[in-house]
Write a protein that binds this ligand. Structure first.
Ligand code: CP
Ligand code: NVA
Length: 308
């Protein structure tokens, strides 16, 4: 068990701007050690339980490899191979699992589920994606932006596509870290401010035309038209999102040094043209790799507090 006060990471707002400055700086230090093959085992003998109720490649590999690199170990659970899929109450699962491990990462559907788990957990719980939020991904995206372009403060991020978990998390991040988000979604797929937990309107601006959202942006980003759990809406979404494909024309109206990001997995020819995601402004592979480095810093922070 950790000796630091119990903290969860269920949404982006769960850390302060000052704590983000610390975690981002630690992520850079930890990444450097990794690149130099320098052993760093602050979480020796600690165990992370990873619970997946939805599919994953990046989240699974980044948390699992990251925890081993920090000297710890992992337990991987899915709905199909645990009692979670057989209706054991989430509260009971939280009480049991958190008596045996030091940290829990959950990827699930409703945010309410991860909140109920956290309420009954003795150890920190990390959101590895819910229908509402994907904070670890935005943490990686911001780290990636900083690596390539310096501070994100005062910059403009263009969000083109669904008003989904990624969009909600970008809005929380903009408020906290003082940048702007230009949001363009098809009608009927707007961000729900109450769900996103937006507290001030200054952090974002809505555009009917995705091209206008991209104009002058420092970063253009998008995501799949149909998120996990919404597959039944696939056909309707394909029709509604047809004009929300990030193409070279959109990148041309952004700033000349604008970056392109996508949390992946991507569908070339749907939400993004191949020429953009595989083009010179795209930093998607750094973005994916950085999931591991920022999450190692996050796990270090949640378990050990501020490591100097
Ligand atoms: N970006 C992301 O979370 O990817 P996975 O679904 O592969 O984990
Ligand atoms: N919005 C996507 C992100 C996948 C990493 C989803 O929830 O499926």
């Amino acid at each position: 068990m950790s000796t630091t006060p119990l903290r969860h990471y269920l949404q982006f707002n769960d850390l302060t701007a000052d704590e983000y400055a610390h975690v981002l700086q630690r992520a850079a230090v930890i990444k450097k050690k990794f690149k130099a093959y320098e052993k760093y085992h602050p979480l020796a003998d600690r165990t992370l339980a990873m619970i997946f109720e939805k599919a994953s490649t990046r989240t699974r590999v980044s948390f699992e490899a990251g925890m081993y690199q920090l000297g710890g170990s992992v337990v991987h659970l899915t709905t199909g191979d645990s009692q979670l899929g057989r209706a054991e109450p989430i509260e009971d699962s939280a009480k049991v699992i958190s008596r045996m491990v030091d940290l829990v990462m959950i990827r699930t559907y409703g945010q309410d589920k991860i909140e109920r788990f956290a309420e009954h957990s003795r150890v920190p719980v990390i959101n590895g994606l819910t229908n509402e939020f994907h904070p670890c991904q935005i943490l990686a995206d911001i780290f990636t932006y900083i690596e390539h372009r310096g501070s994100i403060q005062g910059k403009t991020v263009a969000w083109v596509g669904d008003g989904n978990n990624m969009a909600n998390t970008w809005l929380q991040a903009a408020e906290l870290l003082d940048f702007k988000v230009h949001v363009s979604t098809p009608s009927g797929y707007e961000v729900d401010e109450a769900v996103a937990g937006v507290r001030q309107q200054e952090g974002f601006k809505v555009f009917a035309d995705p091209m206008e959202a991209c104009r002058g942006a420092d970063l253009v980003t998008t995501d799949v038209w149909t998120s996990m759990g919404y597959e039944a809406e696939n056909e309707a979404r394909r029709a509604a999102f047809a004009d929300w494909c990030v193409d070279t024309e959109m990148m041309k109206v952004a700033r000349p040094d604008a970056l392109f990001m996508h949390c992946l997995p991507a569908h070339r020819g749907e939400e993004v043209e191949a020429d953009v995601i595989d083009g010179p402004q795209s930093v998607v592979w750094d973005e994916a790799e950085n999931r591991m480095h920022v999450q190692k810093a996050l796990m270090e922070f949640l378990l050990l507090g501020r490591v100097a």
